[in-house]
Design a protein around this ligand. Structure first.
Ligand code: ASP
Length: 330
C-alpha cells in the first residue's frame, strides 16, 4: 500500500490577463476548485478507488456552471448542447466514453457505466442516450444545460461567423456593455487562447491510477463535431504501468497528436519520467501543430504534473492528509 494517494483536476486552460481579472472572479474559481478537491480527496482518504475519485471530481465540475461541461456547457451552431466524456481505469485498462449526448445530466456518469456495464468502450448520440436510459441514469430537459452567459457567448460567436473556443465569447462579452451575467466572471481573455474542458486524474491508496475528462466542446461547433475529450488516448488515458492523463485544449490538435497516450507511451518506450514525458507533449510536440492547452497527469508513485502552454490553466491537486492546492496562472 502506498501513502501517495492524490487527486488532480483541471477546468480549462487559456490566456488570462491577470491585472484586470476581477479578484472576486478569481476567488470564485479557487473556491470551486477547492471544494471539488476536498470531496475527491475524501473518497481517496476513505479507501475509495482512483476511479471513484475521478468520477466524483468530474461530476462536481460538470454540475458547476463556471466550467464548460454539463451545466454551463457551450452551445453548438444549432443552439443546442452536445456533451462528450470519457473515463479510464489504469488498473484494468477498462474504459468508457460517450459523445454527443444531449439529455444525460452527467455525461461522466454515463461514461463510467459504459466502462462498468458494457462490452463496448464508446457510445454516441442516440445510442449513448438509449444506453444511459437503460442504465437508469438521470436525464434532464436540454434547457438544464443553458446558462445565460454561454448563450450570449454563442450569440456573439454567431455574429463573428466562426467557431470559437469555449470562453472566447466571454472575451467579446466583456467588451459588450450590455452583457452582464454573474454566472460567468468577466475576466479578460485573449480571444484565441481559451479552452474549458474539465478533467481529473488520481492515484489511490493502493497505487492504482484513473483519469476522467468531460466537455461541452467548442462554442458554435458544428452538429456532430467531436473533439479529443471522449477519445481514449487523445483527451484521456490511464495505465498503472505509466500514468493517468486528462487534457484540455484545441481538441483537433490533441487528437492528431494522440496527446494523452503519447505521455504514457514516452514513459513506456523512452523510459523517461512523468514530468519529462508530459512536458515534451505539451511544450514541444503539440506546439508543432499549433496545439494549445494543457494536461494534468499522475503516476502510480504519486507524482503530479500540470503543464500547459497557455498563460493559465484552472487547476489544483490534493494529497491525502494535506491541504489542497489550487492555481490559475503560472
Ligand atoms: N478539448 C476540448 C474540445 O476540443 C475543448 C476544451 O478543452 O475546452 O472539445
Amino acid at each position: 500500500m502506498t501513502t501517495k494517494a492524490v487527486i488532480a483536476i483541471h477546468g480549462g486552460a487559456g490566456t488570462i490577463v491577470r491585472a484586470s481579472m476581477a479578484s472576486d472572479a478569481q476567488a470564485r474559481y479557487h473556491a470551486e476548485l477547492h471544494a471539488v478537491l476536498v470531496a475527491a480527496q475524501k473518497v481517496l482518504a476513505d479507501g475509495g478507488s482512483a476511479l471513484d475519485a475521478v468520477t466524483q471530481a468530474v461530476r462536481l465540475l460538470e454540475d458547476c456552471p463556471l466550467f464548460n461541461a454539463g451545466h454551463g456547457a457551450v452551445f453548438t451552431s444549432a443552439g443546442t448542447h452536445e456533451l462528450d466524456a470519457s473515463i479510464m481505469d489504469g488498473r484494468t485498462l477498462e474504459a468508457g466514453a460517450v459523445s454527443c449526448v444531449k439529455r444525460v445530466r452527467n455525461p461522466i456518469v454515463a461514461a463510467r457505466h459504459v466502462l462498468e456495464y458494457s462490452e463496448h468502450v464508446m457510445f454516441t448520440g442516440e445510442g449513448a442516450e438509449a444506453f444511459a436510459q437503460a442504465q437508469g441514469l438521470e436525464f434532464v430537459d436540454p434547457s438544464y444545460f443553458h446558462t445565460d452567459a454561454r448563450y450570449r457567448q454563442w450569440q456573439l460567436a454567431r455574429e463573428q461567423q466562426r467557431a470559437m473556443l469555449d470562453h472566447d465569447g466571454a472575451a467579446l462579452a466583456a467588451q459588450n456593455e450590455a452583457v452582464k451575467d454573474d454566472a460567468l466572471p468577466h475576466e479578460p481573455i485573449d480571444p484565441n487562447k481559451k479552452f474549458g474542458t474539465v478533467g481529473a486524474v488520481a492515484v489511490d491508496l493502493y497505487g492504482h491510477v484513473a483519469a476522467a475528462t468531460s466537455t461541452g466542446g467548442i462554442t458554435n461547433k458544428q452538429l456532430g463535431r467531436v473533439g479529443d475529450a471522449p477519445l481514449i488516448g487523445a483527451g484521456c488515458y490511464a495505465d498503472d504501468a505509466t500514468c493517468a492523463v486528462s487534457a484540455t485544449g484545441s481538441g483537433e490538435m490533441f487528437m492528431r497528436m494522440v496527446a494523452a497516450y503519447d505521455v504514457a507511451a514516452q514513459m513506456a518506450y523512452r523510459g523517461v519520467a512523468l514530468e519529462e514525458a508530459a512536458n515534451d507533449v505539451v511544450m514541444n510536440r503539440l506546439p508543432r501543430i499549433d496545439g494549445r492547452g494543457g494536461l494534468i497527469a499522475v503516476d502510480a508513485h504519486g507524482n503530479v504534473v500540470l503543464p500547459f502552454n497557455t498563460e493559465g490553466m484552472y487547476r489544483g491537486y490534493a494529497r491525502v492528509g494535506e491541504a489542497p492546492v489550487t492555481a490559475i496562472y503560472r
